[in-house]
Design a protein around this ligand. Structure first.
Ligand code: COA
Length: 297
């Protein structure tokens, strides 16, 4: 594990991302022509020979990435993807495309409940879920088990048409353990969640789109561009307002509607005291076409 390796900060006033062999982070400008609009972190889970399966190194790398992304003002949004397959060795077949094909099953052998309790405490799925900034999972290939749970911990899921989704843990005598039984239910409902969890069967990208598991499906060669397009639209908004929007929508998962609408009204009211509301309203009234220079407060 090489999480201690630090590359030179690529931008002023920004800490270098935590890099490792299994987590590679690319910084993409929100606005190509204006460096001041911040960056999108494109995070790649890089274990292509194991279909990007989640081992301890990947999980610690994802947690380190979340700490870094949360604390860098210049990071506006995080996209998580899986590495593409490598060129196969001669005579060997190519590995399939994967977002993440689940937890690394080889790390399950011999483990007992106490090991799992320990490693699942403060886990990466919760870290991603609790990021205050917007997150997008860009799925091109298998998103299974813990991989599907990474996607479900993100706010938005974009998928390629060749992607496949499922919770195959049941075939190992297990159930999802990274929040899948809970977060899937909110996305696709009780019945569909139980069908996936109890059968372990995979569904296609189109079926995932039909049941609301993914937001959009594109051809593989169009996926990155479409994802970045949406990411840039979101990332160009006030970071403070984005945070509030995410918090309030998220609250709807836990609060009764009678309390949720009260929270929403209060957060809406509080935004009227922010500089960004003045900036946004003025930009509209002046017919300014460029993205405002948000203050983030
Ligand atoms: N953990 C560890 N290794 C995994 C893995 C996982 N979850 N998923 C795939 N791999 C490894 C395979 O062992 C294989 O390694 P090898 O080439 O060193 O033998 C490599 O990734 C390629 O996978 P392979 O099974 O050969 O590809 P395939 O196209 O035949 O099948 C899948 C693809 C996704 C259907 C199949 O790999 C699979 O079922 N994976 C496990 C999915 C799962 O149960 N996830 C939940 C875990 S809780």
């Amino acid at each position: 594990m090489r999480l201690d390796i630090q590359v030179q900060p690529t931008r002023p006033n920004m800490a270098a991302p935590p890099v490792s062999e299994v987590i590679i982070i690319e910084e993409i400008q929100v606005d190509d022509e204006n460096d001041g609009k911040g960056v999108i972190a494109l995070v790649c889970i890089n274990r292509p020979n194991k279909l990007n399966a989640l081992n301890d190194d990947v999980m610690s790398g994802l947690k380190a990435m979340c700490n870094w992304a949360e604390n860098q003002n210049q990071i506006k949004l995080v996209i998580i993807k899986g590495a593409e397959p490598l060129q196969p060795e001669e005579g060997k077949r190519a590995k399939p495309n994967a977002f993440v094909a689940g937890a690394d099953i080889s790390e399950f052998a011999g483990k007992k409940s106490n090991d799992i309790r320990q490693s699942f405490k403060h886990n990466a799925w919760e870290k991603i879920w609790n990021l205050s900034k917007p997150t997008i999972a860009m799925v091109d290939g298998f998103a299974l088990g813990g991989g599907l749970e990474v996607a479900c911990s993100c706010d938005i899921r974009m998928a390629s048409s060749r992607s496949k989704f499922g919770t195959p843990e049941i075939t190992l005598g297990l159930i999802p353990g990274g929040g899948g039984t809970q977060r899937l239910g909110h996305l696709i409902g009780y019945g569909k969640t139980l069908e996936l969890v109890l059968s372990g069967e995979m569904i296609s990208a189109n079926e995932a789109l039909r049941i609301g598991l993914v937001n959009h499906v594109y051809e593989p060669e169009e996926l990155l561009e479409a994802t970045l397009k949406l990411a840039r639209i979101i990332a160009s908004k006030s970071p403070h307002t984005l945070k509030v929007a995410k918090k309030v929508v998220r609250a709807s998962l836990e609060l009764p509607i009678s309390e949720g609408v009260v929270l929403e009204a209060e957060e809406f009211a509080q935004l009227f005291d922010t500089e960004d509301k003045e900036i946004g309203v003025e930009a509209f009234l002046n017919g300014t076409r460029t993205t405002p220079n948000w203050k983030g407060k």
